[in-house]
Design a protein around this ligand. Sequence first.
Ligand code: PHE
Length: 351
Amino acid sequence: MKDKLEQILKEFRSGLETLSQQPQILKYKSDALGKNGQLSQILKSLKDLSNEERKVVGPLANKIKEEMNQLVASKLKEIEVQEINQKLEQNKIDITDRMVNRSNSLCHGGLHPTSLIQREIEDIFISMGFEVLDGPHIEDDYHNFEALNIPSDHPARDMQDTFWFQTEDGVRKFLLRTHTSTIQVRGMKDRKPPFRFIAPGKVFRCERTDASHEMVFHQLEGMMVGEDISIGHLIYFMKTVLKEIFKKEVEVRLRPGFFPFVEPGFELDIRCLICGGKGCSVCKQTGWVELLPCGMVHPRVLEAGGIDPQKYNGYAFGLGLDRLVMMRYGIDDIRHLHSADLRFISQFKDF
Ligand code: PHE
């Protein structure tokens, strides 16, 4: 009897190995363990055995039944795992497929030429110890004008055509910043001299557009405050930056310029890099291109920034980024930069 039981288990095991479908296996199990199965027959005939035999055969038969159940359970598990793996294999997504097969038709993004130049300039200034600051596009009257020594009745307010936000009481409080100089006072308040920072970003003017004017354009503000700062420092830093960008020595000149927040104020011009100074349409036949309004920070502005003008001084400048982009790439109309025309924009892809 014992041998018979062992034999049943052996046959059951090898029969099971030949099966691979769940329904077949379930049927195989119920046949083997069901009422008419060999094992049930043996269990039924236990009553005919002697007590001694029953003590051995009974537990053994149950043990074998248990083992058969386990064999089936692990076989079913094995099949389930196989099926999952098969499905995963069939549904596999090759994420490189499109790139490899259709790279010609794929449209890659790229950086706008203004962003390219901005990043380059940021890197150069950072290498010279400047911080890079950011500020809000929607500004208040105080940071755009008041703190920059432009009180409400000052005629210089007209120099910058401003987009104001409407308020219920009609009082002008908020505006789209007309220049990045708004960051001068914000930056000074958080710092103790000596410090130097730049602040690039969009500015907005309510102006008629033409080849050299846009309503939205980019400036890069710069400021350096400490003891005994002079315009010579400014010229040195600017020449270094321009030399890096244009990969050649750049000739500069200073002319007096008026801005209420600097005293004295200047316009820094560079020798036209397109014609080398001979005269062309970019420099309007003068040989010089106006690039950088700048000057020594006005004592009242230092005070507004919480800095003692008796002890410290500094310079500030407002670089026109779009103009620099135009010079660098020989673009003759600023409106191209905002046109979102892909034929124009895709020429500057950096990859
Ligand atoms: N904010 C001035 C403008 O937009 C430029 C400027 C900046 C001039 C800093 C002097 C110093 O016209």
